[in-house]
Design a protein. Structure first.
Length: 169
């Protein structure tokens, strides 16, 4: 279980929520005594080698949990272990097209145009491959490097509390 006192200090990977108004829906959900039992898309936290825990997925749900002062049950989230180095490298085969250093940057709340274009380039590359022939991702690597500002920005918030304060001014 994650206690509300610990939830407030989780480190977001966004500076602002994509749709702050939707947090109210999640707040109402929690106030009715419901829990987030999303097996397909649970709240996902990432623990790095220095033991800091960042929010990878579920910023709006966690914002609601924080705002109502609730705890998070074990069935509502999962924690993945990673390294900063791994997070800063693309992993196209798993759909990770947005590498960045979570210590200094945040993803934009809406980077879907970038990701769709990256997916399109990836699919074009894969359609030309005759496995097991090696293939090059140079074109995709270049696109990701040249368009960093379409999915990332300098970190401005360092806790979930700061994210909520920043999103509900």
């Amino acid at each position: 279980m994650l206690r509300s006192a610990d939830i407030r200090n989780l480190i977001p990977t966004h500076n602002q929520l994509r749709d702050p108004k939707s947090v109210k829906f999640f707040e109402d959900f929690l106030q009715r005594g419901c829990v987030f039992r999303c097996q397909k898309k649970p709240i996902t936290l990432v623990r790095f080698e220095d033991e800091k825990i960042y929010i990878r997925d579920g910023h709006r749900r966690l914002s609601a949990v924080f705002r109502v002062g609730a705890d998070l049950l074990d069935v509502e989230y999962k924690i993945e272990d990673s390294t900063y180095k791994r997070y800063m490298e693309p992993h196209y085969h798993t759909g990770w097209f947005t590498p960045f250093d979570v210590r200094t940057h945040c993803r934009l709340p809406d980077f879907f145009d970038f990701k769709n274009k990256a997916l399109q380039i990836h699919q074009e590359i894969m359609s030309m491959v005759n496995f097991p022939t090696p293939y090059s991702t140079d074109r995709l690597d270049e696109f990701v490097r040249e368009n960093f500002d379409q999915y990332c920005e300098i970190r401005k918030v360092h806790t979930l509390k700061e994210l909520v304060d920043n999103s509900f001014k």
